[in-house]
Write a protein that binds this ligand. Structure first.
Ligand SMILES: [Zn+2]
Ligand SMILES: [Zn+2]
Length: 367
């Protein structure tokens, strides 16, 4: 993944680069940094590594997140090591630190009594649970480091959800009043394709291709966009429905943003599950920051890309803005059809896939 980053995901965060020595789970890292490629890679490495541990060690690790089965009345929900190593950084984490007969610091029952349910479990399932443990540890860090109260609350909810998932050896799904994706129809992805057909469908192939690429770039940016917290939003909101924004922000955290670094949760692309309401709430800020970023980076781009990004893209965004905020735009019609006057090749009406992480010339430019 290294080297193709656009850095869009970092746009709204003030800290950039230079700290390649940090590890997830260490105190210096902040929750918003967890989704950066270098940290995602470390999380993936930890998950790969933990799968190579001896089974005894895996069971010990899971025991910390497993309820005690010694007697019905014991409510202990995780074995606590009575002799935690004084300098954890010095011990070999891949080796067992405890015996099955070691008593729990909390309930005094043995480690064995906390993991008795795991003995006949296939190793694949143990591995899945261990990956959830790593996600739980990262969420634990997020809960403690996050300063925004709304975001902290969501981290805590997800932390408890995954912890319960490990206890019950279940797969986790976010439930409750948030609803399930897709949250709006048509999706932003569909509406932006409609927009390109509606406004540029008549153009010759070469110009059409430019607009089509800009649309893909726009969707890519949106999929990597960090939404403002409801508190930040409130500071410059003009008569917007803040309760609705907060609900979408919570959905975005649970279904899009946290699953980036927490793959026990299913990830959805924002452009596939959100629609006009979300786009309206982020468009102005996003447009301004994107254009600022491109202007700042213009000297690093080859001349032809510079024209596309500095001339065509602002115009593209202005035209899109009208359709986003306008009351009667057809691009949001559920049954949008290509205008009759256009005879389009099939290639123009296939769904727009946002740029993948690699291989797109426009986005690579903005590195
Ligand atoms: Zn117990
Ligand atoms: Zn216990």
């Amino acid at each position: 993944m290294a080297g193709q980053g656009v850095g869009f995901s970092e746009l709204s965060s003030s800290s950039n680069g230079s700290d390649n020595t940090k590890r997830p789970g260490t105190p210096q890292i902040t929750p918003s940094e967890l989704s950066r490629p270098v940290n995602l890679q470390r999380i993936a490495q930890r998950k790969a590594q933990i799968k190579t541990y001896p089974v005894r060690k895996k069971l010990e690790k899971l025991g910390v997140y497993s309820s005690c089965k010694a007697e019905e009345s014991c409510k202990c929900n995780g074995w606590k090591n009575p002799n935690p190593p004084p300098t954890p950084s010095r011990v070999d984490l891949s080796q067992p630190l405890a015996n099955l007969t070691d008593p729990c610091r909390s309930c005094s029952h043995t480690l064995g009594a906390h993991i008795s349910h795991l003995h006949d479990i296939p190793e694949d399932e143990l591995n899945r649970l261990l990956c959830m443990v790593i996600d739980v540890e990262n969420l634990f860090m997020c809960v403690h480091k996050e300063e925004d109260a709304d975001t902290k609350q969501v981290y805590f909810y997800l932390f408890r959800l995954l912890r319960k998932g490990i206890l019950q050896m279940a797969t986790v799904t976010v439930e409750g009043p948030l609803g399930t994706p897709p949250f709006e129809k048509p999706s932003i992805g569909k509406a932006v394709l409609n927009f390109v057909l509606y406004k540029f469908g008549h153009l010759p192939q070469r110009e059409w291709q430019i607009m089509h690429d800009l649309a893909k770039m726009f969707l890519h940016c949106l999929n990597h966009w960090k939404l403002e917290t409801p508190t930040q939003k409130k500071l410059h909101s003009q008569g917007e429905d803040l309760a609705a924004y907060k609900q979408n922000y919570t959905r975005w955290l649970c279904y899009c943003q946290v699953p980036v670094f927490c793959d026990s949760l299913k990830r959805h692309d924002p452009t596939a599950v959100f629609g006009r309401v979300l786009l309206r709430s982020v468009f102005s800020v996003m447009r301004r920051q994107l254009l600022e970023k491109f202007r700042a980076e213009k000297d690093k781009m080859p001349p032809d890309k510079r024209t596309i990004v500095l001339t065509h893209f602002p115009r593209f965004l202005s035209m899109l803005e009208e359709e986003v905020y306008g009351d009667n735009s057809p691009i949001w019609d559920d049954d949008f059809t290509v205008p009759q006057s256009l005879s389009l090749g099939a290639s123009r009406i296939t769904p727009l896939t946002p740029l993948s992480e690699r291989g797109d010339s426009l986005v690579a430019t903005a590195r």
